[in-house]
Design a protein. Structure first.
Length: 235
């Protein structure tokens, strides 16, 4: 009998933020799978799990989602990764671990949909997001009263980010680590003071940074900017 695929969210970095349900799911699964973009890449999600759960005796498999500038090659690599997950499911239950929450910008959700279409059962275990943790660390509300909130990635071009900055009270800009000057330019154009933004970088990790927005500063890969047009960020 085929196993079940669990998309297990493990939080942003601190092993103590792994939920009880996620821990139980990982402990009961036959295989622990983690996504990587290149062979031999270290997994932040796996390191988080190891900080909270004894994986001795567990089968641990890296699932390669190799990136390529060629869309056809990228798609082929993705299909191979899905086949690998399916082969593991033929042997038992698989927990595919995800940084933050699996429903937010994760490869797992694509895999889950394709695996479901292949006839396998799937379940997503929610977790703590980096931007919720960052807001808590900065001691600021993401939204309050009747405000709105937009969550957007700092993609090439930034059209979605600009529209969110224009139309929403609060904006969470993810994947912003190397686009601070572009973001600053958008804020300047819309008249949003830099003081209304807080940077949350490598949240709940050893090199965590929570502080004021500085477009000239270099930040870690896991960097998010929380912008509050009505004010109320770090002082």
């Amino acid at each position: 009998m085929a196993g079940k695929l669990y998309g297990v969210s493990v939080g942003p970095g601190d092993p103590e933020l792994i939920t009880i349900k996620a821990k139980r799911c990982i402990e009961s699964s036959d295989v622990i799978a983690y996504p990587v973009r290149e062979r031999g890449e270290e997994s932040t999600a796996l390191n988080i799990v190891k900080g909270a759960i004894d994986l001795s005796g567990k089968r641990i498999e890296g699932i390669l989602f190799e990136m390529s500038p060629d869309p056809s090659v990228r798609e082929s690599n993705y299909k191979e990764a899905v086949k690998k997950v399916a082969s593991l499911l033929d042997e038992g239950d698989v927990s595919m671990i995800n940084l933050g929450d699996a429903t937010v910008f994760s490869t797992y959700m694509h895999v889950s949909m394709d695996i479901s279409e292949m006839g396998y059962e799937t379940e997503t275990i929610p977790g703590v997001t980096s931007f919720c943790t960052g807001a808590a660390e900065a001691n600021i509300p993401l939204v309050i009263d009747n405000e709105g909130l937009a969550i957007v990635p700092m993609a090439k071009g930034g059209d979605k980010v600009f529209k969110a900055l224009r139309d929403f009270d609060n904006i969470v800009v993810m994947k912003a680590f190397n686009s601070m000057r572009t973001l600053a330019s958008m804020m300047n154009e819309l008249g949003i003071p830099h003081e209304n933004a807080v940077v949350v970088s490598n949240v709940s990790m050893k090199d965590q940074y929570i502080g004021k927005f500085d477009p000239e500063r270099k930040y870690g890969y896991f960097t998010t900017v929380i912008i509050k047009k009505n004010g109320g960020t770090v002082r």
